[in-house]
Design a protein around this ligand. Structure first.
Ligand code: NAG
Ligand code: NAG
Ligand code: NAG
Ligand code: NAG
Ligand code: NAG
Ligand code: NAG
Ligand code: NAG
Ligand code: NAG
Length: 585
């Protein structure tokens, strides 16, 4: 009896599925089915349809799947025979026309509508013409919604929960009150955004946002900012406290401060940015997944944050796999690890460190001060410099320095906190000591180099500066005086020259160059003459080497001449000289 009942029931079901409400022309390309949850659907093969199939009779199907076909037009009667349909999927059809009356019979049932346009459709009248009382999910791709007031369009659809408007040329984020999930991927959102919304999920991926400040998004759980041009991200923790998923991948962030992220955050994707350093005083206590793939990280400092994560991706970073990253291998759940263990050189000798660090309160013949002495080891020369900090003052020291004397500011019976900070290639190490200044040790015959004394008496400094300034002014005056003398001397010479015969200078026979200075009886020697001459050692090597390889002799004399006429001719002489060089070559 029971068996019979089941048989009848299944027969009924099969019949229902067999009897697709489609005309014969479509039966080979489409099929009807029923899901385990009892929902029935009509699905047509992809790339097989040019139009909405013809439905024979009205039938209570739940879903119509016509995605990725070649349907272009939606007329007012397209869905006339399936007016109880709940979901229509026309994704990937590049619609060019949608009749305004398309949904005139569907308003009481339609819950989900998915349409892809041809980037031209710029009216959503078909959505507003008749009330869509049940519509929960609307996905429009490739519409032109640039000039559409979306708030107004959706104001009457009180059931609407999820809207996806991908590639719709939208320039601003609409505030759609009833909507929880908004997808605005690949639109025209640009520049800086101050984000205050009521959405719980917001996808702004693939836009051109350059900076974003999360102001007040009390419901926001998931935010996707992937593939923008973000250089700046900021969040006001308290007013975004539900944020759990944050995707900042493929942006231009060069740093991020995890301190600004709320405690509920579990997923943070920072892959493909320019991050050089992770800065944080605190970090989200729920964070489990941190993707830092493809950034500019060179090193990471050990932090309990990394112990908490169950996913950490550091691939494609220029990590310097050395001792300072060794802690990473001790993480219980292994990160995606770009350094192989062979990359480590972890002898303790590698790290520069302070061996002794003594501070003594001493009294010299002049005053009281603190003598700080230390020895350090830097076997692999990775130390850049050493810093000395005392009472919030920082003094940079060279790595060779091993003692410092601090005077003047040191007071009696007081505590000083002094630190030596080793700045090396990958990190810094700090060594600190306390001292109380009582009972100075008398050390009269102690000597210091200048670079060993810091915080000297400011008065002596002033004296030195005054002295230096005095010297400078004196020098300047002397220089001006000299200039004046030279000028006067020159004037006198000119005056004398114009009233007397030129005075010829005596020139060395061995000077072949420059001719300019030796107007009379100037001789241009070739190499052999040079090497014979006793004075040849005075010649510079370059001249010698250019002339030595020569076999031709060029010998030329210039007659004794009036100085002034030669001055006019000296260009000619140079030409001769050049000629001679050419001959040599
Ligand atoms: C919303 O509904 C009201 C009242 O039914 C109507 O006057 C108004 O035109 C509707 N708005 C839109 C955008 O359809
Ligand atoms: C964010 O959007 C991008 C682009 O569509 C997508 O690949 C990524 O999976 C999304 N991120 C999250 C966390 O969903
Ligand atoms: C985390 O989210 C819950 C609600 O989901 C909220 O009540 C709580 O205040 C948030 N915690 C923090 C630390 O923001
Ligand atoms: C982070 O984003 C990139 C790019 O969108 C993606 O490939 C990667 O899978 C994401 N990481 C995680 C942990 O989801
Ligand atoms: C890294 O830091 C954590 C927490 O501060 C600590 O428990 C752990 O021992 C450190 N790991 C190494 C290798 O120093
Ligand atoms: C790291 O792991 C090694 C062996 O796996 C162990 O010897 C070492 O003590 C660990 N170091 C820390 C700081 O946990
Ligand atoms: C520091 O003090 C110790 C003990 O008094 C002494 O052995 C050591 O030589 C001192 N080091 C320096 C650099 O003065
Ligand atoms: C330190 O001393 C070494 C040799 O003693 C020398 O080669 C180096 O140039 C010195 N460095 C500085 C910064 O003075």
């Amino acid at each position: 009896m029971l068996l019979l009942f089941f048989f009848i029931f299944f027969h009924f079901l099969l019949n229902q599925i067999d009897s697709c409400p489609l005309t014969d022309a479509y039966l080979s390309r489409c099929h009807c089915g029923i899901l385990t949850n009892g929902e029935s659907y009509i699905k047509c093969d992809e790339k097989s349809l040019n139009e909405i199939p013809k439905f024979k009779r009205s039938f209570p199907y739940d879903e119509l799947i016509l995605s990725n076909n070649n349907i272009k037009l939606l007329t007012s009667s397209s869905f006339d025979n399936i007016k109880t349909i709940k979901r229509i999927n026309l994704y990937g059809n590049f619609l060019s026309y949608i009749d305004e009356d398309l949904l005139r019979l569907l308003g009481n049932y339609l819950e989900e509508l998915i349409l892809t346009g041809d980037n031209e459709i710029n009216s959503l009248e078909f959505l507003t013409r008749y009330p869509l009382k049940k519509l929960r999910i609307l996905k429009l791709n490739q519409f032109n919604l640039q000039n559409i007031n979306l708030e107004k369009i959706f104001s009457n659809m009180t059931k609407l929960e999820q809207i996806s408007l991908q590639t719709c040329q939208i320039q601003q984020i609409p505030q759609l009150n009833q909507v929880q999930i908004l997808n605005l991927e690949n639109n025209f959102l640009t520049n800086s955004l101050f984000l205050s919304t009521i959405y719980s999920s917001l996808n702004l991926a693939n836009n051109q946002i350059t900076s974003i400040i999360l102001q007040n998004n009390p419901n926001l759980i998931s935010l996707n900012l992937s593939k923008n041009f973000l250089q700046e991200f900021y969040s006001l923790t308290i007013s975004n406290k539900n944020l759990q998923t944050l995707d900042l991948s493929f942006n231009q962030l060069s740093s991020i401060d995890l301190t600004i992220l709320n405690d509920n955050l579990t997923y943070l994707n920072l892959s493909s940015n320019q991050i050089q350093q992770l800065k944080f005083l605190s970090y989200p206590k729920s964070l489990l997944s941190l993707d830092l793939n493809s950034n500019q990280l060179k090193t990471l400092e050990n932090n309990s944050l990394y112990e908490q994560l169950n996913y950490l991706n550091l691939d494609s970073n220029p990590l310097e796999c050395n001792c300072h990253l060794k802690w990473l291998t001790n993480l219980t759940r292994k990160p995606l690890w770009p350094c192989t263990s062979s990359n480590f050189q972890c002898q303790s000798m590698l790290i520069p460190r302070i061996i002794t660090f003594n501070i003594t309160y001493i009294k010299t013949s002049i005053d009281n001060g603190l003598l700080i002495e230390w020895t350090l080891i830097d076997n692999y020369h990775t130390l850049f410099y050493v810093e000395l900090s005392i009472d919030h003052m920082l003094e940079k020291l060279s790595i060779n320095q091993t003692r410092v004397y601090i005077t003047n500011n040191i007071q009696f019976n007081q505590y000083y906190y002094i630190c030596l900070i080793l700045i090396h290639k990958y990190s810094r190490d700090k060594y600190c000591r306390d001292i109380q200044t009582i009972h100075p040790i008398i050390m009269n015959n102690i000597k210091f180099n200048d670079n060993e004394i810091i915080f000297k008496k400011t008065q002596t400094d002033n004296h030195i500066y005054l002295l230096l300034i005095g010297i400078c002014i004196g020098g300047l005056l002397t220089f001006i005086l000299l200039l004046t003398c030279c000028y006067l001397f020159y004037q006198i010479r000119i005056y004398r020259n114009s009233n007397s015969q030129p005075v010829y200078e005596k020139c060395s026979q061995h000077l072949h160059y420059p001719i300019y200075h030796c107007p009379h009886h100037q001789i241009i020697y070739n190499s052999e003459n040079l090497s014979n001459s006793t004075d040849s050692t005075h010649m510079d090597n370059a001249t010698l080497s250019t002339t030595k390889n020569n076999s031709k002799h060029i010998y030329q004399t210039i007659d004794n001449q009036d100085y002034h006429s030669l001055r006019k001719q000296h260009y000619q002489v140079f030409e001769l000289w050049n000629e001679s060089l050419k001959h040599k070559r």
